[in-house]
Design a protein around this ligand. Structure first.
Ligand code: ZN
Ligand code: ZN
Length: 174
């Protein structure tokens, strides 16, 4: 969705729209490995304008399907964020504070009277994708020896390894 800055009414506008998971996937770099799938993304935001400065505030929320990074079980988790941006036109002659402001996460430039809301949403959702998604903080993961899911079952591997070591020691003594 693209916004025409000059068409934003003085009193501001409330926007509500949705993007689907396919749209999100299409924007991901092809080289980037991604094993998550997003549901529909719901966006609600308010846009206000003072001359050529645009203030945006809103929320984006969705649900993510992803394998737990410890036990590999498919896991569903909510992903959401609230965001706040101030947009100003890209200066034709960079000023002194240009770089300073560019470092500010809440601050952005727009060009040719257009703000691309889609890239705002994409950026915000990307920031919320966990690097190590877990089905639960207490997930016990898989046994490194037999691969059994330790959340659902237990195994005797640890004891087994211990016995093996003992056996080696015994042998050595003999
Ligand atoms: Zn898990
Ligand atoms: Zn095991």
């Amino acid at each position: 969705m693209k916004l025409s800055v000059s068409k934003i009414p003085e009193g501001g506008i409330n926007l509500q729209f949705e993007k689907d998971g396919e749209w999100f996937r299409g924007l991901l770099p092809e080289s980037g490995q991604c094993d998550f799938v997003l549901d529909r993304i719901d966006v609600v935001c308010t846009v206000r304008r003072t001359k050529d400065a645009v203030f945006m505030e809103g929320t984006a929320s969705t649900t993510m399907d992803v394998p737990c990074c410890r036990c590999l079980e498919p896991t569903r988790m909510p992903v959401g964020c609230s965001f706040k941006y101030t947009f100003v036109p890209l200066p034709s002659h960079p000023q002194e504070d240009w770089e300073l402001r560019a470092d500010d996460l809440d601050f952005a430039y727009y060009e040719e009277d257009t703000i691309d809301l889609d890239s705002v949403i994409f950026e915000q959702i990307m920031l919320q994708i966990p690097i190590k998604p877990l089905c639960a903080d207490s997930c016990r993961g898989l046994c490194p020896h037999c691969g059994i899911n330790l959340n659902a079952a237990s195994c005797r591997c640890e004891t087994g390894t211990f016995d093996e070591r003992l056996a080696v020691l015994k042998k050595f003594k003999i």
